[in-house]
Design a protein around this ligand. Structure first.
Ligand code: PLP
Length: 439
């Protein structure tokens, strides 16, 4: 494409000036592979952006979208509702952690997080606890880009210079390479990092705290699994102090961990749960907040009769086309056993393949859980001031592999359909790319 053709779209989270020099265009996708316009094959080890959990190019989803567009392209969700959306909410709830039987649809993870913040504060007010307005998030957390979700961001670059709420405190980062390097699955050590929650509560006062929000496994910040018992501890402390617990499952939802949701996988039930991305296989923008029934009931009981129980929502929330894609995606999730596939032999194969990289001298950590993975390079700030990840990522793309770089980390989240042969190909291309860059 010419310079002129490239200048109008300002891409998100992109070095646009660099992109224009060396455009990386992709225009076809199938299974675990992406294809450039000149036909080069790229192994997609990120499932798009943690969303194409079914693999790319699923005909059934495309057909369902097409059919829905013909039957009814749009239905206003304010005061009306399409049967297909109610049906999809019912399907989702079959897999939700116990009690989270209400779904508020959104269009993205960011909107899900802001929606959860609003529902949580509404709930506190509805039960006479209006002073509970503060949130507690975690360093390294990624929760999205709206003003609410930006305020919860634990990644400095994503909040610096933007408007943010000043009512958020942060738990410490869970990544602890000195103590937990090369852990397989959940690290044995580090449960005590949850104790900081007690300190924040003592400092701010439980009467002022609405909710704690964490990703059960850190995704975009570098893929960090929680230490054993850490999430249970957060749950206990929240219960003890009457604080809501929100899991942001935008990455961990829909089979990524080996269960439908990380909450189910780890046996810890949050009060609200935010989702998006793979909700319909990453095909049509959609997100959803799962809510405990009693939270909804409390809000309903306190609301004036005749009007909306919450003055919140989006034009495309629960759009029939997105819901139809979701129902078709779930037929595939169910038929192919994808929501639990990562807990089977492919998860073991993935873990062993990742840890086979341990002989590479530049690596100081390898982490995995379900079909998630990360490696960390020893920092080299004189040569790579913004991290070793980006040059390796660039080389990976040249070598036919799409991974994500996060400073000195590379993170991976392949489609849940990935085969052993494709995992082998991933390891081969990653190894070569690291050697090409670092020797
Ligand atoms: C855990 C988490 N929450 C929220 C978001 C924001 O989602 P979106 O980009 O769909 O707004 C993301 C995106 O990566 C995420 O990983």
């Amino acid at each position: 494409m010419s310079d002129v053709e490239l200048q109008n779209w300002w891409q998100p989270f992109t070095n646009v000036r660099g992109f224009r020099q060396n455009p990386r265009l992709i225009d076809r996708a199938e299974g675990c592979f992406l294809y450039t316009p000149d036909g080069r094959e790229i192994l997609d080890i990120t499932a798009g952006l943690w969303c194409a959990n079914l693999g790319h190019g699923r005909r059934e989803v495309a057909d369902a979208v097409h059919k829905q567009l013909i039957q009814m392209d749009f239905c206003p969700p304010f005061q009306f509702g399409s049967p297909v959306t109610f049906k999809f909410a019912q399907k989702l709830v079959e897999y939700a952690p116990e009690g989270l039987s209400r779904v508020f649809f959104t269009n993205s993870g960011s909107e899900s997080v802001d929606t959860a913040m609003k529902i949580a504060t509404h709930y506190q007010r509805a039960r006479g606890k209006a002073s509970k307005t503060r949130f507690i998030a975690r360093e390294r957390g990624y929760h999205g880009v709206n003003v609410g979700s930006t305020s919860l961001q634990g990644i400095a670059n994503n909040r610096k210079g933007f408007p943010t709420l000043d009512t958020v405190d942060f738990l410490p980062d869970m990544l602890d390479i000195p103590n937990s390097a090369f852990s397989r699955g959940l690290p044995e050590r580090g449960e005590d990092k949850a104790d900081v929650l007690e300190k924040i509560i003592a400092f701010r006062g439980a009467d002022n705290i609405c909710a704690v929000i964490v990703e059960p496994i850190v995704g975009a910040g570098g893929m960090v699994p929680p230490p054993k018992n850490y999430l249970k501890k957060l749950r206990q402390i929240c219960d003890q102090h009457d604080i809501l617990l929100i899991f942001d499952e935008v990455v961990t939802g829909f089979g990524r961990t080996g269960s439908a949701f990380a909450a189910v996988e780890f046996g810890v039930t949050p009060d609200l749960m935010t989702t998006a991305k793979a909700i319909n296989g990453g095909t049509v923008p959609m997100g959803g907040v799962f809510i405990k029934e009693e939270i909804q009931q409390t809000i309903f009981d306190a609301a004036a009769t005749g009007g909306p129980e919450i003055f919140h929502g989006n034009t495309y929330a629960g759009a029939p086309v997105a819901a139809a894609a979701g129902l078709a995606a779930f037929e595939i999730y169910e038929r192919e056993g994808l929501l639990t596939r990562a807990s089977g032999s492919i998860g073991d194969y993935w873990e062993n393949a990742l840890h086979s990289l341990r002989d590479i001298p530049h690596l100081i950590d390898i982490r995995n859980y379900g079909l998630l993975g990360a490696i960390t390079f020893a920092p080299n700030t004189s040569k790579y001031p913004t991290g070793v990840g980006v040059p390796v990522h660039n080389k990976c793309f040249e070598n036919g592999l799409l991974c994500r770089a996060v400073v000195d980390n590379m993170v991976m989240s392949p489609p849940l359909t990935i085969s052993e042969q494709e995992i082998d190909l991933f390891i081969e291309r990653l190894r070569k790319s690291i050697a090409d860059v670092l020797g």
